[in-house]
Design a protein around this ligand. Structure first.
Ligand SMILES: N[C@@H](CCC(=O)N[C@@H](CS)C(=O)NCC(=O)O)C(=O)O
Length: 216
């Protein structure tokens, strides 16, 4: 199996999280969005990362890749024969990509991508604006959902693919060295603490923090 992309991308980290939780062997080919190599463009015509190859089969899009892995390697992460659980996991996955990821993008670019990849400093005004205006409504919603669900994890007492999908994007918040206000968001803070204890999660955070830009 080959994973194309760099761990600075939260979408690449979603696939890394799944691969690490499933304990699968794979090779990583580091390339950035827009790379023009023919093998990558055959998998990702729009030049987006991540892309993935497994033997004859290849595909791009983090969710598509993860569902391929979840179906091919049965685990406790998702019972792919249970239509209700699959639908719920897809709902969380889409929420994470469409609502959480966009509000964490600016801090991620300023605090991680700029210093790690380009060696340039963060524009702190951009980070503070996101913290003040864009992030709180999304965290308020997550807090309300987690309190209503009342469990340890998003889909019950067991860690699941839903936690991977949301957790991969939440790692952007932590990698941007932002502080989660536990008084305002206690359930969300508890969930993040549980997430941080998972070796697979620690590993993908290390991958992003220690990423060597010369590898591209
Ligand atoms: N829906 C895609 C989104 C992937 C994506 O937007 N990746 C970014 C990097 S974080 C990218 O390649 N952007 C370049 C572009 O959109 O042209 C997925 O889940 O993989």
């Amino acid at each position: 199996m080959i994973l194309y992309g760099v761990p600075l991308s939260p979408f690449v980290r979603k696939v890394l999280f799944t691969l690490y939780e499933l304990e699968l062997e794979f090779e990583q080919r580091f390339l950035v969005p827009g790379d023009t190599s023919a093998d990558f463009r055959a998998l990702s015509p729009l030049g987006r990362i991540p892309a993935f190859q497994d033997g004859e089969f290849g595909i791009s899009d983090s969710s598509a890749i993860c569902h391929y892995l979840l179906s091919g390697y049965p685990s406790e992460l998702l019972d792919t024969a249970n239509s209700e659980r699959v639908a719920r996991a897809v709902q969380w996955d889409k929420y994470a990509d469409e609502d959480l990821a966009p509000v964490l993008l600016a801090p991620l670019i300023e605090r991680l991508v700029k210093p790690v990849r380009f060696g340039t400093p963060a524009d702190e005004a951009v980070v503070q604006k996101a913290m003040r205006e864009q992030i709180p409504p999304v965290f308020d919603h997550l807090e309300e959902r987690l309190q209503t669900l009342g469990g340890e994890w998003l889909m019950g007492p067991t860690f699941s693919y839903a936690d991977i999908a949301l957790g991969a994007h939440m790692s952007s918040f932590l990698l941007s060295s932002l502080e989660l206000d536990a008084a305002r968001w206690p359930a969300l803070s508890g969930w993040v603490e549980r997430l941080q204890k998972r070796p697979a999660f620690q590993r993908l955070c290390d991958d992003a923090q220690r990423f060597n830009p010369k590898a591209v």
